[in-house]
Design a protein around this ligand. Sequence first.
Ligand SMILES: C[S@@+](CC[C@H](N)C(=O)[O-])C[C@H]1O[C@@H](n2cnc3c(N)ncnc32)[C@H](O)[C@@H]1O
Length: 268
Amino acid sequence: MVPIKIPTDLDAVLDAAWEAARRVSGYMVENEARFLGLIAACAPVKGAIVEIGSFKGKSTVMLAKVAEHYGLGPVVAIDPHNSPELLDHDSDPSASSYQDFLNNIQSAGVSSLVEVHHAYSSDVSSTWNRPVRFLWIDGDHTYKGAKADFDGFFPHVVPQGMVAFHDSLNVFSGPIRVFVEDVLRSNQFGAAGFVHSIAWSQFRPEDGALFQEQRTRLERVAARLIPMVKDDRELRGLEKIHFKLTRSRVPHAAIRPSEWASRLNQFT
Ligand SMILES: C[S@@+](CC[C@H](N)C(=O)[O-])C[C@H]1O[C@@H](n2cnc3c(N)ncnc32)[C@H](O)[C@@H]1O
């Protein structure tokens, strides 16, 4: 196994990447963006960084800035840019996030580092044949949507590559269920965890079983959220309190890069 190494200039690189990404409107807080940058910088294998769900480009800019600095090749950004949840199709049926996305990656100076796919993930995955070092899923948050995103690209994630899902600890049925069922319960995966609402793991088909005990510990608390979010509807009153209490039992604090690396490297 290739150990994860934290570059000595990582903090400065993440500071600069966040400085650019924070200017883009979107749904990612600083700790999540920095963690995303950490994964992109440190995944110890070669291949594409694939982002499913770009919206106006906040996470795209974060990833592309890090990729640019470390020479990690293009960020593949996939989005049909027609989100019925995020865009007001009542007042403008043709509303799209595409132009804002293009403007934002240009303003951040990363257009040449982003491979843009104005498309659904399934349209891209159906013909995809390149290795993936980091699969970042932040698209359709229904179970069907997140499962299709994962199934479409996971076969291309290279051993020791990384997968991560956004909004896994918010009220959406997809990310948490796919993460619990397909990742935490699978011996193909190694170290795993949550940082804020990002669920992450390393693909370790050869020795993932070594991490089974810690994955199972996490799976027991995380799986309790699945029935609470299965209908993708807003929770209110006692239901909401119950959800928040259950979520608080899932460890999801920000983690220092060195601590994260030692979790990944523990059996290496
Ligand atoms: C929560 S937003 C993404 C936020 C973005 N990552 C950021 O940092 O601001 C979800 C996006 O997923 C996109 N989306 C929905 N279904 C999709 C699919 N099947 N394939 C790719 N993108 C999809 C939506 O158009 C929307 O822009």
